[in-house]
Design a protein around this ligand. Sequence first.
Ligand code: AMP
Ligand code: MN
Ligand code: MN
Ligand code: MN
Length: 281
Amino acid sequence: MISIDLHSHSTASDGLLSPTELIKLAAGSGVKVLALTDHDDVSGLPEAALAALTYGVQLVNGVEISASWHGHTLHIVGLHIDPLNSTLSLGLEKIRAGRKIRARRIADSLAEAGIVGAFEGARRYAGNPHILNRSHFARYLVEAGYAKNVKAVFEHFLTGGKPGYVRHEWVSLAEAVGWICASGGVAVIAHPGRYILMDSEMHELLAEFCQLGGRGIEVVTSSHKPEQFAVFAKLANQFGLLASKGSDFHGPGESRFGMGNLPELPSGVIPIWHDWSELVA
Ligand code: AMP
Ligand code: MN
Ligand code: MN
Ligand code: MN
């Protein structure tokens, strides 16, 4: 079975490797098909495309869009998007504008807790000045000695009710799915096991996602424990969704499954790549 990874990040958002370094690592790890899916930004794709040619990796143009749904933050991955599509570009620009305001508010909230200089500190970790996200704040908080690692930061800061947490209204689910479809891509619900939803809410979400034109759901991801693979495989089939898999790689040692170490999809699901020409060839 050829090695496929449909979710990863570079320095164009909160990954630690440049698009070229990421592709080089994918090639060295035996990954044949890699989607670069930076948060709310597609600026890493041209460099990734060039590196993909050099290192013999099939690049899937991707993005991971932050959306709000009934007060929950959801991530929607777009695969095979056209990064030059104006509907998608304008939409992503709108999200990045909101991110700037949010980043200031995160810094203000940390300052209230006595942590000063977080905005400038986080910015030093951002490879792309337009995407300042919680990972960059987390890396600064580790540097400043407030936690021993990034994972520990999220236990004490930046999440519900903790210093550095701010509520934020991302774009709607309809917008996220609509922009991906408008650019010719397929929309995939990222790491569904991470959302704190009751079963009935998960069902409502999946039904609405399908109705909006969403096509896929991540079944195998670093955010899922192996016992969750079967849960989401079953939901995929129940809702007629195609199954996807991705490491959500941000950097060496940062996720459950490293580059090239993703398990296979459980049997009985239809892989999202079942009709992709680059895989049929
Ligand atoms: P944002 O889009 O600014 O809310 O940042 C979200 C990013 O923070 C995610 O994509 C992850 O990279 C990172 N993140 C969120 N929660 C955690 C966690 N518990 N441990 C490590 N990284 C996290
Ligand atoms: Mn991230
Ligand atoms: Mn995500
Ligand atoms: Mn991700």
